[in-house]
Design a binder for this molecule. Structure first.
Ligand code: NDP
Length: 333
């Protein structure tokens, strides 16, 4: 049987991790024949809670779950790890300015970048979920120079899933009949959910989403706005941020990165920009990507970008540039 892989989850005592850890441990991400060692990282005050999570994981008696480590030391949590899911981040508190939140969080990701650099495998795949996710990933990569930049990503899959489900409902098909919705840019309210290149299959017939929906106003306005603000709508209703759907999106993101995407299908991931689609290089920007069977992703090239899309893509790039500048400054002090 296979050797166990080492998977680290940070913010492991939090609510997203509570769903995520179970999915990873039962084989939803790395397959039903791949044993896993779980490395759970959180801050010192959460160690009691984390022990409880560890007990529950053990009590699930999962055949693929081998070692379970609970720690508050990043150098223990990231030791030789193959995959790191960086979920933990400081939550926004009332009255806190965006700038203060950003400063507090980028410092966490600077420390984690340095620890990954020191102890993780050089092949480690990193996905950042904690907000501001794109900019945190950018800082993390910057402080982990010995690890290739391509190994760092931020999660926009939840936004993609929301977009896909929303289109499916509008057209009246199951969610998996909709393909190739794109999220461009930042995981924030400036993101651009784009269905211009998406397709849908209905009654055994494949057509473009634009054709199926026949409602340009919906595509350009309601749809975009609803996807952009869905996170806030969940918080308002649940009095807590999305957790089940966030964990499911992390599973989708890492599973596809690990195994690859099916022929003709792409997924959205925030990755280091190489200047594709005239986005500034060096930003962690969400693009449509295809992934091969050796964990290598390629940004989908050659999609036509109309003026409407271009404007939206520039707005979110500009926000990322501002965040990056603020983050760089915060890392100095
Ligand atoms: P959650 O598990 O609900 O969320 C974790 C992070 O994910 C938050 O920063 C949240 O950002 C972010 N996030 C990104 N995208 C989404 C999305 N689409 N939906 C929901 N959340 C999203 O937070 P908890 O407070 O329950 O748990 C966080 C844990 O992290 C705590 O246990 C805390 O102790 C820990 N922590 C760990 C650190 C470490 O390991 N070094 C450092 C700091 C904290 P947003 O707040 O904007 O929703």
């Amino acid at each position: 049987s296979k050797e166990p892989i080492r998977v680290c989850v940070t913010g492991a005592a939090g609510q997203i991790a509570y769903s995520l850890l179970y999915s990873v441990a039962k084989g939803d991400v790395f397959g039903k024949d791949q044993p896993v060692n779980l490395l759970m990282l959180d801050i010192a005050p959460m160690m009691g809670v984390l022990e409880g999570v560890k007990m529950e994981l053990q009590d699930c008696a999962l055949p693929l779950l081998r070692e379970v480590v609970a720690t508050d030391d990043p150098e223990v949590g990231f030791k030789d790890c193959d995959v790191a899911m960086l979920v933990g981040a400081m939550p926004r508190r009332e009255g806190m300015e965006r700038k203060d939140l950003l400063a507090a969080n980028v410092k966490i990701f600077k420390v984690q970048g340095q620890a990954l650099d020191k102890v993780a495998k050089k092949t480690v795949k990193v996905v950042v979920v904690g907000n501001p996710a794109n900019t945190n990933a950018c800082i993390c990569a910057k402080y982990a120079q010995s690890i290739p930049r391509e190994n760092f990503s931020a999660l926009t899959r939840l936004d993609q899933n929301r977009a896909q489900a929303m289109v499916a409902e509008k057209v009246g098909v199951p969610a998996d009949a909709v393909k190739n919705c794109i999220i461009w840019g930042n995981h924030s309210s400036t993101q651009f959910p784009d269905v211009q290149h998406a397709t849908v299959e209905k009654n055994n017939q494949k057509m473009s989403v634009i054709e199926a929906v026949k409602d340009d106003n919906w595509v350009k306005n309601d749809f975009v706005k609803t996807v952009q603000t869905r996170g806030a709508a969940v918080i308002k209703a649940r009095k807590l941020s999305s957790a089940m759907s966030a964990a499911k999106a992390i599973v989708d993101h890492v599973r596809d990165w690990w195994f690859g995407t099916p022929e003709g299908t792409w997924v959205s991931m925030a990755v280091m920009s190489d200047g594709s689609y005239e986005t500034p290089e060096g930003l962690i920007y969400s693009f449509p990507v295809t992934i091969d069977s050796s964990h290598k992703y390629t940004i989908v090239q050659g999609l036509t970008i109309n003026d409407f899309a271009k404007e939206k893509m520039d707005i979110t790039a500009k926000e990322l540039q501002e965040e990056k500048a603020m983050a760089m400054e915060a890392c100095q002090d």
